[in-house]
Design a protein around this ligand. Structure first.
Ligand code: FES
Ligand SMILES: [Fe+2]
Length: 427
């Protein structure tokens, strides 16, 4: 449970808020690279309660500027790409990717008025299949070189989906190792029979529904261990991570040895909606991108929201529940289960009313990490985990995997044993 003040601190992210200052200290993803290809159309973007336009100029350089023209406010995402920038349709003012005014038809030639015009612009970079922006004060840190962004291009793909609730609800669902034994329980094996028991339940979730949880602070955030005793006697450990300030890396349910995992970022559009970015990654083999594109095409609408949504009650099917095909009656697409869970908590979950139990130690730790970071910044310090030296941008303590561990071993001991053997980003 949080006090109202604490809940506001970690959920309010508009300009000038402490939570917004924290999130603005890091690069944030705003679109997938596929959404803004070379020659692509300008795209309205809402992030951290600011309305912006992402565009490529006529030299294909990326720019991120205010959505509303600084002249009299028309929407610049309708603008023309020409003459080295984006030109407003209303009276033809022209701006470059850095927000400089290049042309004001009808105004004096000396350009003095042009120079007076202030137009919001932020630096942007295309990296890891995603376009990132930096909205903070001062010099931008580095975009973190996690392997799910720097590995071979054929091994990774990124997607974006909009979820209609506060960003922290998305982040918390992704760090919560306990809910998978319920919300995501499926039967009727589809892909990998090793993952399923004789009743068709995913045995990695259903054999032991109360995982033993452990947490460790790391250079980049929090490492999360969930240990389950399988009916076979094996000790099944899942190692996920929280990454400052709004990232996670959940691992899937393939049987060990695990060959991939996901990176996720939960980026506020405003305080009542956010974008969930997924970086799907295999470290040792190419990804079946067509499979993933089809899965997203089937489950995410043209408006970038899940097909299953509040307006259609997430298309819940109680016959599916009765047959025990799925625990939740919400189909087999796991992100839609999470969307149901987090969107129905309310636009901004009132954490003064919750009752956290012993399975919530990860939630408590992640909130503490966020509140500590905000406190550190309020005291004049820098946000945690910022990287400025390219040589340090390597994350030697980063591991995301699932494995069978030895009897008597726990998560932290396992990490010590395999650290260094975990596959690094493919060159
Ligand atoms: S409102 Fe954009 S040029 Fe006038
Ligand atoms: Fe989930």
């Amino acid at each position: 449970m949080l006090s109202k003040d604490q809940n506001d601190l970690v959920t309010r992210t508009g300009p000038g808020t402490p939570g917004g200052d924290l999130l603005r200290s890091y690069w944030q993803p705003i679109a997938t690279s596929e959404e803004m290809p070379i020659g692509g159309d300008p795209m309205p973007i809402k992030i951290l309660s600011e309305d912006l336009v992402l565009f490529r100029d006529d030299k294909d350089r990326l720019g991120l500027t205010g959505l509303h023209c600084p002249h009299r406010g028309s929407d610049m995402s309708y603008g023309r790409i020409e003459d080295g920038g984006i030109r407003c349709l209303y009276h033809g003012w022209l701006f470059d990717i850095d927000g400089n005014c290049l042309d004001q038809p009808g105004e004096p030639e000396d350009k003095k008025f042009c120079q007076k015009v202030r137009y919001t612009s932020y630096p942007v970079e295309d990296k890891g299949g995603v376009i990132w922006c930096y909205m903070g004060a001062g010099e931008a840190p580095l975009i973190p070189d996690f392997q799910f962004m720097t590995g071979r291009q054929e091994n990774r793909i990124a997607f974006r989906v909009v979820q209609k609730c506060n960003w922290l609800q998305g982040l918390e669902s992704s760090t919560d190792p306990a809910h998978v034994s319920y919300l995501h329980r499926l039967s009727a094996p589809e892909a990998n029979s090793n993952s399923y028991d004789s009743r068709g339940n995913n045995r990695f979730f259903s054999d032991d529904i109360y995982p033993r949880l452990q947490i460790e602070r790391t250079s980049f955030g929090v490492r999360i261990h969930a240990l389950r005793k399988m009916s076979t006697g094996e000790n099944y450990l899942r190692v996920n991570n929280y990454i400052y300030p709004c990232g996670t890396t959940p691992v899937g349910t393939e049987p060990p040895p695990v060959k991939g995992y996901q990176g996720r970022w939960y980026v506020p559009q405003d305080d009542e909606s956010h974008c969930r970015f997924e970086f799907i990654y295999r470290h040792g083999e190419p990804l079946d991108k067509e499979f993933w594109r089809k899965q997203k095409g089937d489950n995410v609408g043209p408006d970038k929201q899940h097909v299953r949504r509040a307006e259609n009650r997430y298309m819940q099917d109680r016959d599916e529940m009765k047959r025990d095909d799925t625990f939740a009656g919400l189909g087999r697409y796991i992100p839609a289960h999470d969307a149901f869970a987090i969107e129905t908590q309310g636009k901004i979950q009132d954490r003064t009313q919750e009752h956290l139990g012993s399975t919530d130690i990860v939630i408590i730790e992640v909130r503490k990490a966020l509140l500590d970071a905000i406190k550190q910044m309020q005291a004049g310090g820098e946000a945690p985990g910022l990287l400025r030296d390219p040589e340090q941008n390597t994350f030697p303590d980063f591991i995301c995997t699932a494995d069978f561990i030895e009897d008597g071993e726990d998560g932290p001991a396992y990490i010590k044993r395999i650290l260094g053997a975990f596959p690094k980003a493919a060159e």
